[in-house]
Design a protein around this ligand. Structure first.
Ligand code: IPD
Ligand code: CA
Length: 263
């Protein structure tokens, strides 16, 4: 795909941060055996990845706004554009030496995500999409799956941890969905969950209690691969609701029906 200058900039930043994280990930694997564990080291790696991305993006486009998981929000001179960045999505996996985490970078224009890059550096899979130009993984065009029957479909979700208030609703979702589908996965990276829906690896994904930086890049990947996205609660905006449903073209209605049932 011949992407815009902005997309190329995002890819460059994601690859640079990914290289730094891969180096740190090797160290994390060694630190598992130490008594202190790799906690502080991973926080530093995470912050360093955001610094690398911020230097690249804001260096090249100083007028754009910024929303990053580590450094928060900053307005730019151009109020219509902002970067939405999660430098390390799947932090718990990274911390435990599990090779399933990614860099996620999105560009929003007038409240709509117009480009997204998700880089799984451990597997060297670069997912990217731009409005109207399709979604890709490395050089391959992505399409959502064609599965029509729920009983054959695989879904992904995020199960809230650390006492978060969305746990009971998610457990109820699982109790309703698991008996009527082929399986539910919890791999631990929302960005990759969305990229995998775009790639047709999952038929759908939903999560309650999720932030804009976890999902911004993934949303445009799913849409450009022919999928559907929405909030769990009907009539709400995705970011403002802090929830998401993303599926292939067939599973949106049946999945939303299950998730929107009254408690
Ligand atoms: C988390 C992961 C996880 C999802 C959580 C996110 P982090 O992001 O994407 O899969 O279930 O909602 O907060 O903390 O690893 O950047
Ligand atoms: Ca995240």
């Amino acid at each position: 795909m011949q992407g815009s200058a902005n997309l190329n900039l995002m890819i460059k930043a994601a690859r640079k941060a990914g290289r730094s994280l891969v180096k740190d990930f090797r160290e994390v694997e060694n630190l598992q055996v130490s008594a202190k564990g790799p906690g502080d080291f991973v926080s530093r790696a995470d912050r360093e990845a955001e610094r690398i991305i911020k230097d690249e993006l804001r260096g090249a486009r100083p007028s754009y706004g910024w929303l990053g998981e580590e450094t928060g929000e900053a307005d730019g001179e151009d109020p219509t554009r902002r970067w939405i960045v999660d430098p390390l999505d799947g932090t718990t996996n990274f911390l435990h030496g599990l090779p399933h985490w990614a860099v996620s970078i999105a560009l929003e224009h007038k409240g709509e995500v117009v480009a997204g890059v998700i880089f799984d550096a451990a597997k060297d899979e670069l997912f990217y999409a731009e409005k109207g130009l399709g979604a890709y993984m490395n050089d391959t065009r992505l399409r959502v799956s064609g599965r029509r029957n729920m009983i054959e479909a695989i879904f992904a979700t995020g199960v809230p941890f650390g006492g978060r208030s969305t746990l009971p609703a998610t457990l109820q979702d699982l109790a309703r969905l698991m008996p009527v589908c082929a399986g539910v996965r919890r791999f631990g990276s929302a960005a990759l969950d969305l990229a995998y829906v775009a790639a047709g690896r999952y038929d759908g994904y939903w999560e309650r209690g999720i932030n804009a930086w976890d999902m911004a890049a993934g949303l445009i990947l799913v849409k450009e691969a022919g999928g559907f996205v929405g909030a769990v609660r009907e009539g709400r905006e995705i970011f403002e609701s802090g929830s998401v449903i993303a599926t292939n073209a067939e599973m949106f209605d049946p999945l939303t029906k299950i998730l929107r049932q009254p408690a």
